[in-house]
Write a new protein. Structure first.
Length: 95
């Protein structure tokens, strides 16, 4: 199975955590399930590219900037950020 961009997983987990009425435990499990479901979608895998380290840095950088922007402008709950990180964790092996 190929990898999806870390930012996509992070933002989908962020959205789940912002919306979720379930509380911490079920939401964090849901973030991991969401990661697995998104990995079923065919997508481009930059890890085989000769500049994969550059792509990985760009990918994680986009996720981090997006998280900071969300923190500043949207005032999301802590659960949203934790769910975003949990959803992205399985793909942080890109480095």
């Amino acid at each position: 199975m190929t990898r999806m961009w870390v930012a996509v997983h992070a933002f989908s987990g962020l959205a789940l955590g912002a919306w979720s009425p379930w509380g911490w435990g079920p939401t964090l499990v849901g973030a991991l399930v969401l990661h697995l479901l998104l990995d079923l979608v065919p997508h481009w895998d930059y890890t085989g590219h000769r500049r994969s380290l550059l792509w990985a840095a760009l990918d994680v950088g986009v996720a981090m900037v997006g998280f900071v922007a969300a923190a500043v402008w949207l005032e999301l709950p802590a659960l949203a950020f934790v769910a975003g990180v949990v959803s992205a964790l399985p793909d942080l092996d890109v480095f």
